[in-house]
Design a protein around this ligand. Structure first.
Ligand code: MG
Length: 278
């Protein structure tokens, strides 16, 4: 009697198990079908169809990219707009009142923040850009935290990439050198010793807004600091105020602005050039 019960249970369980397996197979097959027809899955129509059998079937000759001569304009590419080559501040104005930029132009081809002169900005407005800029913290150490060699590169006049003497000088993580100020952290701290020249190579894509003024695409920024990737296509979540949340009011092209932090942070800049991106 007991034996019959066990056999019966085994058979029933076996039938149930079979049914379950079949159902699992069916649902798995359905999932695969659904996934393959998912419109969000990336496909490449130009690389579909019959498999090519000759190399020339996958080669094309148009369009041809424009030729750019690197290192042609005092180190800048031939199609770059040189914003500062060491000779004068003709491409810059005071951010306070749009008068002549009043920072110090040094004999070595650099410029330095002048006490109380305030920020300076380019006369020209820009959208998406590739920007090369070099900066140096003052050799004479003054202050600490945010008050040591603080400056900044503002993209479109709104979004600050922090410049700071962060060597042996801690501060809040989201205000360190190379941060989008108060938004996240840099991927690395890659400064050279204080008093030596740093490079920033910045790829910036401007945000987009709809007709009603709503942001429909965030700005993004990639930054190489002395050749080290410190921002990797990072989303810029809005403006970068000292106090308050990031804001996202609609705007068009804007100047590149360099910060006078106002606390004797006599940061220097040199070799500034920009390439406009589509
Ligand atoms: Mg700053």
């Amino acid at each position: 009697m007991t034996k019959k019960l066990i056999v019966g249970t085994l058979i029933a369980s076996s039938i149930f198990s079979c049914t379950t397996t079949t159902k699992q197979a069916e649902s798995s097959s359905e999932e695969i079908t659904q996934k393959s027809s998912d419109p969000t899955v990336i496909t490449y129509p130009e690389f579909s169809g019959e498999e090519p059998t000759k190399p020339e079937q996958t080669e094309f000759y148009e369009p041809v990219p424009p030729t750019v001569q690197p290192f042609s304009k005092n180190g800048a590419p031939s199609d770059a707009i040189v914003l500062f080559d060491g000779s004068n501040l003709d491409n810059w104005i005071s951010s306070k009142d749009s008068t002549t930029a009043d920072w110090i132009v040094n004999k070595d081809g650099s410029m330095t923040v002048k006490d109380k002169a305030g920020d300076i900005q380019t006369k020209q407005n820009f959208g998406s850009i590739q920007l090369h800029i070099e900066w140096m913290s003052p050799t004479e150490i003054q202050g600490d935290g945010q008050h040591r060699g603080n400056s900044g590169v503002f993209l479109q006049n709104l979004y600050e990439i922090q410049v700071l003497d962060n060597n042996d000088n801690d501060t809040y993580t989201n205000g360190q050198v190379g941060t989008i100020y108060k938004q996240g952290t840099a991927l690395a701290k890659a400064s050279v010793p204080t008093g030596q020249w740093n490079t920033y190579d910045i790829i910036y894509h401007a945000p987009e807004f709809n007709a009603e003024g709503g942001k429909i695409k965030s700005a993004t920024v990639t930054v190489l600091h002395n050749g080290v990737l410190i921002q990797d296509h990072t989303e810029i979540k809005g403006t970068t105020p000292y106090i308050g949340w990031p804001k996202n009011e609609a705007h068009g092209k804007g100047p590149i602005r360099l910060q006078d932090h106002g606390d004797n942070s006599r940061v220097s800049y040199r070799n500034i050039w920009v390439r406009e991106l589509e």
